[in-house]
Write a protein that binds this ligand. Sequence first.
Ligand SMILES: C[S@@+](CC[C@H](N)C(=O)[O-])C[C@H]1O[C@@H](n2cnc3c(N)ncnc32)[C@H](O)[C@@H]1O
Length: 251
Amino acid sequence: MRILKNELPNLGDKLPKENPCQHLELVEVELITLLDTLSRNGTMTVELLNIDCMEYMKGLDDNAFDLAIVDPPYGIKINMNQGRRKGDEIKHARKAWDNDAPKEDYWAELCRVSLERIVWGANNFSWIPPHNGWVVWNKDITGNVGFSKAELAYCSSINAVDMVKIRAQSGKETYSSKIHPTQKPKALYNWLLAKYAKPDQRILDTHLGSGSSAIAAHYFGCDFVGCELDEDYYKAAKHRFDTETAQKALF
Ligand SMILES: C[S@@+](CC[C@H](N)C(=O)[O-])C[C@H]1O[C@@H](n2cnc3c(N)ncnc32)[C@H](O)[C@@H]1O
């Protein structure tokens, strides 16, 4: 059972009503992680940078990060307004960032600076080595849509296929509220961090986009650096991060 920091005030509601004692051991383990996270609160840092990730990585030592969770351009000239429904105002201006995927030199740098890697869209990249470790994100979409109902991530630390079902657009994360055309849900990053990272680790996202990963990292309690090249996206992500983390800090 996992309890997120912002769920602490409602801890009682999270405990199962029937036989809560059965879960005490698990709750204890989670609470220790949680207390560890809380005690690091003053020391962990989330850095958002308006920079080309290749420039940023050039200055890093080998293995500077424990884990890179990245979502580079897939090079498929994505429809910047996918998920838009009838009546929704067109939100996202056409930009060229998805015209080309990164090349092998990106992969070489990423491997140099990180110990483990989770790479979204890896099925689009010829430089990903043959490997059995994949994460499938089932977007929980029914009916006919003009885009993928699932996405794949290469995951260096496993040797099997893992899977998670998280609704792509739910609650406040709908087309109208998205600040980025390929914005992934925070819940997806919450899940990835809980499963594949530890709160005392350093995490890198080379292609920050909307900042969903940064918000998840903030609540997870790890050190995090996110790079975003596009100034508009960077400013929007920074504003979203500042707003969302300030609101939750009131609890
Ligand atoms: C697929 S999107 C990331 C979406 C992100 N995962 C989210 O949830 O919002 C890729 C992003 O990488 C940015 N980008 C492209 N080339 C870059 C580079 N060399 N360095 C940093 N960011 C880059 C693009 O502007 C775009 O915002």
